[in-house]
Design a protein around this ligand. Structure first.
Ligand SMILES: Nc1nc2c(ncn2[C@@H]2O[C@H](COP(=O)(O)OP(=O)(O)OP(=O)(O)O)[C@@H](O)[C@H]2O)c(=O)[nH]1
Length: 430
């Protein structure tokens, strides 16, 4: 293509883009790669630096996503079979391998994980059908959040040991989207829960390190299902409270608990107000020794504050309880309250309704994640995102318009479309 021809295409693109004829403009973008521009709109036409046509590695990235979507993994896939049997037999190794499979980003492993999950979900459905607790009632998912130093590890250790001594099987999962940047999650570290980590009725799994909250959330949802398939009836999901992770955890559990230390003002500043609104139970930890008076004050402060917070359920008034994870005081009573919550929610079918809603949330968040993944890897998007970002940040193009261009490029990426639009345009001119 001659330099003049390229320049005229760039100019055409700009004129069309300015006139909001987006589809044609976006098709032209495929032909000419704008690598720089400056000045206002009219000046920009003259000062564009361009290069084209793009030497995009043809649909390489697109093929990758195609492979994932088209990957055919059958029920009798040997890996799926082996893990499914192992998980049902409550083998820790199979559970750990199954969770690693759901955390994998490899297309084939992702597809295997979905088949494994479908089988486990079906198994759980059949198991629930024969259970006294009814649909969804054979497990209890409890979310736990709290500011650093509240005593979460000490609490999980104490509560976990209490539950295993009562015959429960406890799984501890963590949601920590920051674990990737911080070089690995501390959550689930054996040194944090030394007794529980060697308890044969407990399983502790650190946060997946996929980085994004969406990815971590999906992995955790899937890990919960596998743990339940492996006979764990109490699932504790811990969050470090980074950004939106509490909301994500509240969306995947039956009950959400907030653990706080007996400290006011400064120490609790990191605690976002919104988190208190998510809590079905506020637990004041360290209610022992010298900290007892402070714990009582915090308890009454939170009890008053909760009166002004909109209730999450008309069937449950959030409570504020005091415990000591060190002396274990209040732990059995706290567990009884948790069980009462479950019974109340089951009786009014809110428990079942919430689980159903969570499955829908899970489906839609998976769609969102996958679409974003496919979208960002798409060759046309890859090729043009930088220049569009540049146009947007230079205030030459509106973010909405740039988004429309990328979306259209993504939806109509075929060469045919470009040809057709170019032909239409030239016919129109004649
Ligand atoms: N007195 C008293 N101290 C406690 C209690 N529970 C935890 N602690 C202490 O509080 C400190 C923090 O406990 P952790 O369990 O590590 O707290 P955490 O919330 O997991 O903290 P991060 O790991 O930083 O998130 C430790 O020194 C514990 O010994 C309790 O019930 N009473």
């Amino acid at each position: 293509m001659s330099v003049l021809r390229k320049l005229s295409l760039v100019e055409k693109y700009l004129t069309l883009a300015h006139g909001y004829k987006q589809s044609f403009a976006s098709q032209l973008l495929d032909k000419v790669h704008v690598i720089g521009c400056c000045g206002c709109w009219s000046q920009q036409k003259r000062t564009l630096i361009y290069q084209g046509p793009q030497a995009t590695p043809k649909y390489k990235v697109l093929r990758e996503t195609d492979i994932y979507l088209n990957e055919e993994i059958k029920d009798d896939d040997p890996v799926v079979q082996r893990l499914y049997k192992g998980i049902k037999k409550q083998e820790r190794g199979a559970l750990a391998e199954g969770i690693t499979l759901v955390e994998s980003t490899h297309p084939k492993k992702k597809a295997q994980a979905q088949v494994l999950l479908s089988k486990v979900l079906l198994y759980l459905r059949e198991r629930d059908a024969h259970s006294l607790h009814g649909s969804f009632g054979s497990s209890f998912r409890i979310g736990l959040s709290g500011p650093p130093g509240a005593g979460k590890s000490t609490f999980i250790e104490a509560m976990g040991k209490h539950l295993t001594s009562e015959g429960h099987r406890v799984a501890v999962l963590a949601v920590d989207p920051s674990s990737r940047t911080s070089g690995g999650s501390l959550l689930g570290d054996k040194t944090r829960m030394p007794l529980l980590s060697v308890d044969s009725h407990a399983y502790i799994r650190p946060s997946p390190s996929s980085g994004t909250l969406g990815g971590v959330t999906r992995n955790t949802n899937e890990a919960i299902v596998l743990c339940e398939g492996s006979g764990y009836d109490v699932i504790l999901v811990e969050t470090v409270g980074v950004g939106q992770s509490e909301v994500a955890v509240a969306d995947m559990v039956d009950m959400f608990c907030l653990l706080i230390p007996p400290a006011g003002g400064d120490e609790l500043q990191g605690l976002k107000k919104g988190i208190v609104e998510l809590a079905d139970l506020v637990v004041v930890n360290k209610s022992d020794g010298d900290l007892l008076p402070a714990a009582r004050i915090i308890q009454s402060e939170y009890m008053s504050a909760l009166k002004f917070i909109r209730k999450r359920s008309k069937n449950w008034n959030p409570l504020v309880l005091r415990i000591s994870s060190k002396t274990k005081d209040g732990i059995p009573e706290l567990w009884l309250k948790m069980c009462e919550f479950k019974q109340v929610m089951l009786a009014v079918t809110e428990f079942q309704k919430k689980r159903e809603d969570q499955l829908k949330i899970w489906m839609w968040s998976s769609i969102k994640d996958n679409i974003m993944d496919i979208f960002t890897r798409h060759p046309s998007v890859q090729a043009q995102k930088d220049e569009l970002e540049h146009l947007v940040t230079s205030r030459i193009m509106t973010p909405g318009f740039a988004a429309d261009i990328l979306l259209k490029k993504f939806m109509y990426h075929g060469e045919e479309d470009v040809k057709h639009l170019l032909e239409t345009q030239s016919k129109h001119k004649q």
